[in-house]
Design a protein around this ligand. Sequence first.
Ligand code: ATP
Length: 886
Amino acid sequence: MTEATGIVGEFLGLKAETDADVLAMQCGDFYEFFADDAELVADELDLKVSQKSSHGSSYPMAGVPVDDLTPYLKALVERGYTVAVAEQHEDGGDIHREIERVVTPGTLLDVARVDAQYLAAVVRAGDGGTGGDADDTTYGLAFADVTTGRFHVTTVEGTAAALTELYRFSPVEVLPGPGIRDDGALCDRIEERTGARLSLPDASSFAPGQAGHVARDHFGDDTFETLGVGDLGVRAAGAVLAYVDETGTGVLASMTRVQPYHGGEHVELDATTQRNLELTETMHGDRAGSLFATVDHTVTSPGGRLLKEWLQRPRRDRDTLDERQASVAAFTAGALGREEVRDTLDAAYDLERLASRAVGGSADATDLLRVRDTLGVLPELVEAIEASPQLADSPLSGILSRPDREAAAALRDELADALVEDPPKTTTQGGLFKPGYDDELDELRERHEAAQAYFDELADRVKREHGLSHVTVDRNKTDGYYVQVGKSAADGVPEHFEHVKTLKNSKRFRTDELAEKERELFRLEEQRGELEARLFDELRDRVAARAELLQDVGRTVAEVDVLASLATHAVSNDWNRPELTDERALDVTAGRHPVVEQTVEFVPNDCHLDDERTFTVVTGPNMSGKSTYMRQTALIVLLAQVGSFVPAREATVGLVDGIYTRVGALDELAQGRSTFMVEMQELSNILHSATEDSLVILDEVGRGTATYDGISIAWAAVEYLHNEIRAKTLFATHYHELTGLAEHLERVQNVHVAADERDGDVTFLRTVREGPTDRSYGIHVADLAGVPEPVVDRARDVLDRLRQEKAIEARGSSGGDGGGGQQVVFDLDSGTMATADGGRETEHEPAIDPETEAILDELDEVDVDRTSPVELMQRVQEWQERLDRE
Ligand SMILES: Nc1ncnc2c1ncn2[C@@H]1O[C@H](COP(=O)(O)OP(=O)(O)OP(=O)(O)O)[C@@H](O)[C@H]1O
């Protein structure tokens, strides 16, 4: 194909300059897409493709009108594409085009979604700096939400912790640092964890010097030092800022403050735990049925966003929690005040988003009126809170005093004095401002209105002066103003009426005077449009300059909304205020699961853990409620550390530094990874991360592999958690052997979820009782699930014999020799296998071959604490291979 010239050539030239997936190039009143981009856009957005010839070749072409670009851009970006936009400029008749912005998932400003939209940068030690290896290295992370101006920075140790932060913020776009982008496996994991698009800006934007300069230049020289953000965090911050700047969204200024956070402030919740506890979506990926969906009664979208953030990032510091709790308590006590506050909040718009739109220059007059209205909510909230005795005396007054209320009132008044109530959508055609706002505009408006009056009165005047009927005066784009006279009267018009058009039933005329008045009117119209546009830009700039104030007010309004929402849920679900303590204790009376209690008649249960009883082994039949019991305990602790009331009659909650869970692995299964490997990775992570201040929930550890391995690993994990880590632990198991641990380990207790069995029927009581159970009722569940009768019957047989003899032989195939083949006996007492003959037991000699025994010895010797997860995995693999060779 010959090289394209002309407009297509220009398009392809610009396309070569950008990394964006698609280019939209302005050509007059349209944005055009050519060649492959045209095909792609047409496919994705249902646009019509035509052909454009250039230099003997023909190129596909698709276009959208200039004013309609935004929704198309949004749709493309939401489908995962990045789009470069080239604008057209005319310079003394010379037309040229330039790429002025690139719209990417993380820099899209006009969003409909309520959720935060984070753009993240991740950099790790060794990336262009010195030192650092992949496994145990330090990471710097920065998260920016261009739609609200939120900016968070942190540094964390280790890949798992970095992935956890990424999962927590759930960014839509991630910028990996230079070393990370070469690490394909890590990039895959980031994509898998976040579903984000990975974009690769020039590696130099992560370089220590350049990134540090950008970050300090933006937030101030000493900011990061004062806030205690390490170098890696600063580099990530610099890379994010450079990217926002480069893509040309123009919202850099809305990032008014950096919010550093450090490990110690929040309860550690790894990604697995966030998923297991179904905080914002269920294990199946649904929003409904999540903790967030259940407790969310916020009335504003920023409130909903903040509540989600609180649930994902529970806190460890008492001061914050005490303040939140006291506020929720006040809202539960003052029902009237609460409803008043919630009604008031109903009028609030998303102030953080509006601030970003003002800074980005896209806010229109309606947006500024929304700013005005939301600023007006603040004094109303103050009033509502002061009017309620319960609320007035709570930390809520202090929360409402955080933003500069005087400045907020001044800005509100300024906007109220400036803008008319129902302004037009465009900002260039006048009609935006109230009289009295600007002298020059007042004078211009007067002249404009006087000029307009000539035309308003013209029809009557023509009728009166010339005795004509059926006269109207109107205006259109081609003819300008005209006098339209009905056909029957048209012959009677005076001579100086110049005929311009004949229609079916009428004729149109213009006069010299009309033309002159029209010139005057158009001139004034244009002047007024220009002046109002300038005044509006100035007003918007003044609002943009107050972005920080708007963010403060917005966050305060959101916080009040969340606190009122938590109280609303507490009141309608009979939740109570937990007592927070620094002791290592957890004492829950009549606790419930916050989500499950919504749909079933819930049987409440107690939970008691303290320094003497750190470890609880939970047994009980399948489906009895073990998982529910353990999750409800974790959720009660989590809610307490959000500052919320909890679903329990009474609760004393010792503050934890982390909640770790290992519960089923549904989603990984779907992704085709080995369940056992996932289970071991998660266990390894817990054993490495938990401390004596943590809460650990383990559901059936070791279930994913052969019984021996399973029991051994579960056993060793219990000992380690009990002896070394001393974390508060709930441990559900089907290995009844493990209930015996309570006799050997001092802080282990047994509880079981009770069930009643009468005449072969099992009733689940859902009650947690002290002591172990020795039955699993699994056969009953198998029966319920429709497992064929012969299998269920045989299972009952097997179970009976097990109970009587505490040993069972495995059945061989009933081969032709009549002897039934070789059989093996598993002795539960000794925990060994023995060969059996024809189904009869022989002596219980240990039947493990030397190789298996060697493997068991090696397993026994593994020091889990000192073995890296990778090595652990390799060893497990090696053992499995050796066992396979048997
Ligand atoms: N305290 C309770 N009150 C009422 N219903 C409950 C209670 N606990 C659990 N349930 C119900 O019982 C069902 C099974 O509970 P859960 O999944 O916790 O059982 P499980 O013992 O962990 O089962 P498995 O051992 O098979 O994994 C839940 O879906 C829930 O509807």
